[in-house]
Each structure stands twice: as structure tokens, then as C-alpha cells.
Design a protein around this ligand. Sequence first.
Ligand code: NAD
Length: 381
Amino acid sequence: MTELRKLRMGMVGGGPGAFIGPVHRMAAELDGRIELVAGAFSQSPARSREAGKSFRIDPGRAYADYREMLEVERRRTDAIDFVVIATPNYLHLPVAVAALEAGFAVVSDKPATATYEEALVLKKAVAKAGLPYALTHTYAGYALVREARAICASGQLGRIRKVAVEYLQGWLSQPLEKTGQKQAAWRADPALNGPGGCIGDIGVHAFHLLEYVTGLDVTRMNATLRSVVPERRLDDDCSAFLRLENEASGVLMASQVTAGEGNGLRLRVYGEAGSIDWRQEDPNRLRVKWVDGPEEIRHAAGGYLSEDARAVTRLPGGHPEGYIEAFAVLYREFADAMIAWRAGQANPLPETLPGIRAGVRGMRFIERAIESSRTERWVKF
Ligand code: NAD
């Protein structure tokens, strides 16, 4: 029998002033299965120590860099169980490979790597290590996204004909990177971000949501990427036509210069018999429309929802769940898989949890979009 204890997490990134690192910590700890015990929280050793102190972890486990963390942790009897990666994109591959080689499972933020070539390297490393790897495509954790997915899988919509996905933000409408704003600065630098700007930052979430909900792969694409803000080195506005494996057509819009937008992720899926419409900014409602029937608004926590949606619902109806709870769903699935894996189960990751396949698909999408835009042609996946 495996020891009854919390899983131990070591974090890379997520230091003072970071955006997603704190979300990872809140989400990981929400269900009581995981605790933060170690980290290399910043590229600055002093700031990493300062962060460790504020998180109340053992000062000896706030490391100067991730290599030191892996080297020291692998020799401890109470070592971390997994590494979470919440750094700028260029570090995702080296940290993930080093963690896997040191014998630690990985939770990585998206995009999986900086380039498609790197994603293929990562895929091999995950297969070689035989360790759990999860990718935090946050939106896959919402109950009503699981409901939308279950509706598509049930065939109730009939054959899917058209998909429209948009992810609109406005925070990069001005050259924010020139002001030194931390999140904007590395995202505008190809060496730290990778070659896909907006397409890699949020386009990849939209792409993942589309494939995740419909269960259909994109097979062809005609994309246009633009840098709207003068002197910006990476794209900040993307539009793409898609074809899916069943020949359905799709439209994907992702932009960070759509002034006034916050985090406007929206997915609409149209089948022969009906359609669904979900918006991240109103995540506890899912609209379902029928060719021949009244429009439905399904509410999170409704007793009539699919088993998949109910399985990831925490609160009774009318109590809103949001971004952190959705993120925590992914961590709970990962933690349960880790517990099963430690108990000897060979392939414990549930297919609801995005993993290495989603990571490689996402990086292929970014690479294909750049190629399509460069050549002004349709490209195959
Ligand atoms: P950020 O700039 O706010 O945070 C990055 C953190 O990494 C900082 O604390 C920085 O000090 C640290 N860091 C940099 N180099 C490091 C090193 N060598 N060692 C240790 N730490 C180091 O960036 P962010 O907005 O939080 O984005 C981080 C990652 O999360 C990106 O890959 C981004 O794409 C992803 N992200 C995902 C979501 C999501 O919805 N899942 C949302 C936002 C960001």
C-alpha cells in the first residue's frame, strides 16, 4: 500500500509579480491532495528565496535555479513528486526534460514548448520516462465545457457542420512591452516566447478548446497573422479558416488588440440538429439551441447535466465557480492519476485531462498557422 500523504509539488516560475504561478498554487491546493514544498520561483536566486519565504516553505527548498532543485530533491527521502512549470515558454522544454530525466512527473503550462520541433523532443522524453505529464489548458476544466463535450460526443447535435471559436483580448492594444510590463515584455520577445505571438499565447487555447469539445481534429487551415501595433516583433492578431476531419468548416479568431475585450473566449458548435454556445466570461451557462425546439440555457450544477459535467462540479446550483476552480479540476485529475500511478497503475491519466498529445497538436497548430500566413496558402496538418 502506498503511504497516505499529500503529493509534493516543486514549482519552477511563479515568483513575485507573476500571473499564472499563483493560480497554479491556489488550484493545486484547492482539493487538499497537493502541497507546495519546493521551488525555483524566479531567475533571480534572491527573489526565489524571497518567494519561498512568503509561501512558508522550508528555506532550504527555495532553490537558486531549477537544476539545483532537481539535483537536491532527487536525493531527498521526502522528495517532490512532480514539477510544475509556470515560466516563459522558452523554458518549458528544458525544464520538462530535466524533470522527467530526474524521475519527476510534470504539470506544464501551455504552450507545451516554444516550437513544434521542441514538442517532438518533449513527446519522446515523456514516452521514455513513462511518467505522467499534464498540460494546463485551463478551459478544459469548466463543468460546462465538459457538458459541451458530452453533448458533441452523444451525437445529439447530429453531424457537426460548422465551428466558430474566438479568443479576444485587448490588453496588448498599445505597445505595453515597451513600458517594461513583465508579462508583455517576454511575450513580445521571440527568444523567450517562441515564434507565435498571439497565436501561441491564446490562439492555442482556442484551438485546443475546439478540438477538445468537438472531438474532431483540424486537418487544414488558412491563417493570417498580423502585428498590428507598430514595431511589435510577433503577431498580435490572427484569423484562420479551418477544415475538420469530418469536413466541417471552422473559423478561429484570436487577437490581443481587440480594444476593450478582457478574456473573451467563446466557442460555438453547429450540427445538423442543433448547436451549443459557451463563453468563458459567463462560464456557468451553456446555451443549447435546436432546429426544432426551444432554446435551452443549461446551468452549472444542474442535476440534469451529463455525468462528466457533474463529476467536476463542486458547489450546489447558483454558487458560481470560475477560473480557479476550473484550473483545480485539472489538478485534481492529475493528483488522482498520480495516486493511481504510485499505486502501480500503468496509464492513469484520464482522457479528459490535456496531456502530451494536446501539447504536440497545439505546437503543430502554431507552426502551421505561421507557415500558412507566410505563404498565404492553405496548409495541411
Ligand atoms: P509571468 O511573467 O507573469 O511569470 C513568469 C515567471 O517565471 C516569473 O515569476 C519569472 O520570474 C519566472 N522565471 C523566469 N525565468 C525563470 C527561471 N529561469 N527560473 C525560474 N523562474 C523563472 O508569466 P505568466 O503570464 O505567468 O506566464 C507563464 C506561463 O504560463 C507562460 O508559458 C504562459 O503561456 C502560461 N500561461 C497560461 C495561462 C493559462 O490559461 N493556462 C494563462 C497565463 C499564462
